[in-house]
Design a protein around this ligand. Structure first.
Ligand SMILES: [Zn+2]
Ligand SMILES: [Zn+2]
Length: 660
């Protein structure tokens, strides 16, 4: 059987599957299995992205979500372990392994499976001595520290794997077993990675846990990644047993990240993924050793004074028990179900995404019930946990306003009953602020002259995400003070400061007075016809501005001019509006339908960038006005990070557009 081995995946599934296909075609072989050695980045949506320990510039959604949502299907059965850049919250749901997407199987903190008779074992994460003896105490939402320690290897998993003894065909670890460089010529390695020299000399490069397992299990093959280079070695354990070690690079052009390996297998066995009875028996017999506390816990060693069991190599009886549970059918059920909403490519992505509360995964729940073992996550968070997937109405426009920032404070979302940390009630769905704007009207003015007569302000909306592809423009007509304009203004003030996630322009063709004036200030731009007038006449009516028009006027004109206009309630003609800076232009034609056309063209000139870029720019500008300088800088960095290396960026780089 041909197995494709990939180093670090770093979310590049599309590219990896393409590379496997190419390699298979070149060699004219059929590949039955793909093994990824960590940094898989099973990121389902923006919330998962916040749970991944990675510098902001690498915080990309990448491609996994397409396989999660069902948009794409993994063309080859894929097995992976976790590395140090993962959606740790998602992997934590599958402590004993499970399908992260159809045909993509995660091995768990540690795991053993069989495929066509081949026995594959693996351990997730990287080794850090200071966390090695702790329990799995981390839970989302993570702190900066637990987001990292969550993927550090624990002694429980190493202890369990050691019980397997021999007969492992393939072992997978993310970081290299320490000392592996002593089994091959390191000159080439040091040529590429000279900074490893000291670590190798001091024998501190790689995982101590890996080193123990390598010499204990003596697998036929050992695959790793993490150090982002290719390195091969052969470990001769004794006369009969040797391990072929292979580390591969990460998925990047011209790197050695993928290799095909032919592994003899039992051709009478079906090529389907199965549980390993011995491993199951070990999970059962060591369940009592599972800890979810941050304190040190030693595994039973059998040393002097040790009265408890310390050798968990499965007995025949234990295997019998497993057989009776599984009825000798060890095939891993295809029981993947999506439990959160997958990312949808959209320009107004949620830049304020927050880490979700932990969620139990039905695959793990089923598995644990069947085996009578504990789900570490359930031990941490208790049961039941009620979480509902927010259903997104595509007609809704998502608001990215400060209210979402308050998600940092989770006190309103989760109420711990009796503060025993066991039961949680999620009250989140109501928190998310969404607003439905009226459906676009397809009627044009020509078709509806009646409407035109009453017209005071035309609001021309350019593509929102719903119409982005068509690059259509939406035209709305609002019919005067007694009709929806009040409601609309009210809703607009929620978007205060031009937060509408699209570029908007108001065409002031007649008299925009009171509410009309407030609405006009809510748009990014204002064009006037010659007949256009704007007046903040509220004072004359015995009231004041109430839909944010006063605030926005100050932002627009400064304190003194704004106050003057509000105090005098005078009606400003187009020419003065232009001079003051309220108007961004005056149309050539005063006739409405022509003015609308002109306005569309005027707007079109500002929409040459990719939609997601327009939205991102809009977000930066809108945020800058609404928050502190520091916050705005932070937001800008975040928006930038989301786009850096994205499709639009790649395209522009390919075309070398910067200096054109
Ligand atoms: Zn790594
Ligand atoms: Zn990596």
């Amino acid at each position: 059987m041909f197995v494709a081995v990939e180093g670090c995946a770093h979310g590049e599934l599309d590219q990896i599957y393409r590379s496997v296909e190419n390699l298979a075609r070149q060699r004219n072989v059929k590949v039955d299995l793909l093994i990824c050695c960590g940094d898989f980045q099973a990121v389902r949506n923006e919330n998962d992205l916040q749970c991944m320990a990675v510098p902001d510039k690498f915080r990309h959604i990448c491609t996994f979500y397409k396989y999660y949502s069902g948009e794409l299907k993994a063309p080859i059965l894929t097995i992976f372990i976790g590395g140090n850049h993962e959606a740790s919250n998602y992997l934590q749901e599958l402590a004993y392994g499970g399908w992260v997407a159809p045909n993509i199987y995660y091995l768990g903190y540690a795991g053993v499976v069989r495929f066509g008779g081949i026995r594959i074992a693996g351990i997730s994460g990287i080794f850090k001595g200071h966390d090695y003896l702790k329990g799995h105490f981390e839970r989302p939402p993570y702190t900066n520290s637990t987001m990292r320690s969550a993927y550090h290897v624990r002694s429980l998993e190493v202890f369990r794997l050691k019980q397997l003894k021999n007969d492992i065909d393939i072992f997978i670890s993310h970081d290299w077993p320490r000392g592996i460089y002593n089994y091959a010529d390191t000159s080439e390695l040091l040529h590429w990675k000279p900074f490893f020299r000291n670590e190798i000399a001091n024998n501190v490069l790689g995982s101590q846990a890996g080193e123990i397992l390598l010499h204990e299990l003596k697998p036929k093959y050992w695959f790793s990644a993490h150090l982002h280079c290719r390195f091969a070695a052969t470990v001769q354990h004794n006369e009969q047993q040797l391990t072929e070690f292979l580390a591969l690079d990460k998925c990047l052009p011209r790197r050695q990240y993928l290799e095909l390996i032919e592994i003899p297998h039992d051709s009478t066995k079906n090529l389907e993924l199965c549980y390993d009875p011995q491993w199951i028996a070990i999970l059962q017999s060591t369940n009592h050793l599972l800890s979810v506390r941050p304190c040190t816990q030693y595994m039973p060693s059998g040393g002097p004074g040790c009265t408890e069991r310390w050798d968990f190599h499965p007995t025949e009886e234990e295997i019998e028990k497993v057989n009776s549970v599984f009825g000798n059918d060890y095939k891993i059920p295809s029981n993947f179900v999506a439990t959160v909403e997958a990312f949808k490519p959209r320009p107004n992505y949620n830049r304020n995404a927050y880490q979700s509360q932990p969620q139990l995964n039905p695959q793990t729940t089923q598995f644990c019930e069947k085996l009578g073992i504990d789900d570490p996550l359930e031990k941490l968070i208790g049961k039941p946990i009620v979480l509902t997937t927010p259903v997104v109405n595509p007609d809704e426009i998502e608001l990215d306003d400060e209210e979402e920032d308050s998600f940092d404070d989770h006190s309103n979302e989760v109420v711990a009953i009796e503060s025993n940390d066991l039961f949680f009630v999620d009250t989140k769905p109501q928190k998310r602020n969404k607003m439905s704007l009226p459906q676009p009207q397809n009627k044009t003015l020509d078709e509806d002259p009646q409407c035109a007569e009453k017209e005071q302000v035309n609001l021309i909306r350019v593509p929102s995400y719903a119409t982005m592809n068509e690059k259509q423009q939406w035209v709305h007509y609002y019919n005067g003070p007694e009709t929806p304009v009040n409601v609309i203004c009210d809703q607009f003030s929620k978007y205060a400061g031009g937060k509408l996630p699209l570029v908007s322009v108001a065409l002031v063709q007649g008299k925009a007075l009171g509410g009309g004036a407030e609405l006009a200030t809510a748009c990014d731009f204002r064009l006037f016809t010659e007949k256009g007038e704007i007046g903040f006449v509220q004072g004359r009516m015995g009231v004041v501005t109430g839909w944010g028009g006063g605030t926005r006027l100050v932002q627009l004109l400064g304190q003194h001019r704004a106050l003057e206009l509000l105090l005098t309630s005078r009606q400003i003609p187009a020419s003065e509006a232009m001079a003051l800076g309220i108007a961004n232009g005056i149309t050539k034609s005063a006739e409405l339908s022509e003015a609308v056309e002109e306005t569309k063209q005027w707007l079109q000139l500002k929409l040459s960038h990719a939609p997601q870029i327009i939205h991102a720019l809009k977000q930066i500008v809108a945020t800058a006005r609404a928050v502190s300088y520091e916050e705005s800088l932070q937001n800008e960095r975040k928006v930038f990070a989301m786009l850096w290396g994205g499709d639009a960026n790649k395209k522009a780089l390919e075309q070398n557009i910067k200096h054109k």
